[in-house]
Design a protein around this ligand. Structure first.
Ligand code: UD1
Length: 354
């Protein structure tokens, strides 16, 4: 079987790692295409190096732009690649502009498309990711759902016949890296001279939190007012928006820091008092590590983390302070995100249909 993966943004490199390993173990010819959506080394190369992913076979070097410009540049570059490679499957990941562009290119060239992490919904149509997810699911031939909730959403949209529940591949990679870093000191804690267990790890980058200067300023002030140091692992988007509007990302308890490599991020979360984020990946990683999470959004796709008490949605400074100070949730052995073997299941589902 020949499989062509299209990736471009940081969370997709994390998901690609277990897929690349499982593909190689199964003797699959795996071609990796990097769109170039994320190009900073700390958002891209470091994941390939640390997670043992093969070098991309093709790099489109598309870079930044408005949604239309970025997605359109990918689309026009991908047609030639998909046509030249003619794989048995194109695999697209998650909900970024790279996902939508690749799904659209492949489906129109009549190459079968599988969508990994299908069926997630926020039901917030102002999120670019929500539009990307819905359109990708409806274009794709095979929907690889991470959770039963995702399967139910796809059934509601009439897509159940194309759907398979495989579990979440981020669980695969997280468990492996957790076991590698467990018991070792966190490099971030050492670098900043923090007391282990006495800091929060934060990431804020979503358009709905960064594009409106009032909202971003309120979040920065809220984080700065928390009871322990808050290390903001600042994505280029939040740095750019904060500097354009004169908003300080280091104030009070808030300390801005460069993004971390994946193992260092997991170590920093494991040794923390909690996570404050608007990232989908971090909400789930916090749950899997059993670190309390506070999500700075109006809704989440990962509803299981909230239902099980490990994640609380908070938007105002007061809500964020109350959520981070809450008592530790009840322990649970629930495993809504699978058993850590999702990638092998993905590869075998693709192989039986190739
Ligand atoms: C993208 C995804 C989002 C995902 C996030 C993970 C879409 C619509 N959004 O958002 O779902 O959670 O990645 O990080 O695809 N930039 C750099 N260096 C880079 C990459 C980006 O400086 O390596 C700057 C760009 O110039 C731009 C901003 O960051 O100003 C946003 O980048 P973009 O890739 O458009 O979207 P993200 O916000 O990263």
């Amino acid at each position: 079987m020949k499989l062509l993966s299209v990736v471009g943004a940081r969370p997709q490199f994390v998901k690609l790692a277990p897929i690349d390993h499982a593909a190689r173990a199964a003797g699959v010819d795996h071609v990796i295409v990097h769109t170039g959506q994320h190009y900073d080394p700390m958002l891209s190369d470091v994941f390939f190096d640390d997670l043992g992913i093969a070098e991309p076979d093709v790099h489109l070097g598309v870079g930044s732009g408005s949604h239309g410009v970025q997605t359109g540049a990918m689309l026009s570059a991908l047609d030639a690649v998909v046509d030249a490679q003619r794989p048995d499957w194109v695999l697209v990941y998650g909900d970024t502009n790279s996902t939508l562009a690749a799904a659209l290119s492949a489906v129109k060239l009549h190459v079968p498309v599988a969508h990994l992490e299908a069926g997630l919904r926020s039901f917030n149509r102002r999120m670019p990711e929500e539009i990307n997810r819905v359109l990708t699911d409806h274009a794709a031939d095979l929907l690889l759902a991470p959770t039963q909730v995702a399967v139910d959403h796809l059934a509601d949209e009439g897509l159940v016949e194309r759907t398979v529940l495989v579990g979440d591949v981020m669980t695969d990679v997280l468990f492996q890296v957790r076991d590698q870093v467990a018991g070792k000191p966190s490099p971030l804690v050492a670098e900043l001279g923090l007391t282990p267990g006495e800091h929060y790890v934060s990431t804020i980058h979503r358009a709905e939190n960064t594009d409106d200067p009032e909202r971003l300023a309120a979040i920065a002030t809220g984080l700065g007012g928390l009871d322990k140091p808050v290390v903001l692992l600042a994505h280029p988007r939040v740095i750019a928006k904060a500097s354009a509007h004169g908003i300080e990302l280091t104030q009070g308890s808030l300390i801005a820091h460069a993004p971390l490599a994946y193992p260092d991020l997991i170590a920093a979360m494991l040794g923390s008092a909690g996570v404050v984020t608007d990232s989908g990946g971090l909400q789930k990683e916090a749950f899997l590590l059993r670190v309390p999470c506070t999500t700075v959004r109006e809704e989440t796709e990962w509803v299981e983390t909230v239902e099980l008490g490990w994640n609380v949605l908070a938007n105002t400074a007061g809500e964020i302070a109350a959520a981070t100070a809450r008592p530790r949730p009840d322990e649970t052995d629930a495993a809504p995100y699978g058993d850590g073997h999702a990638a092998a299941r993905v590869i075998s589902e693709l192989q039986v249909r190739a």
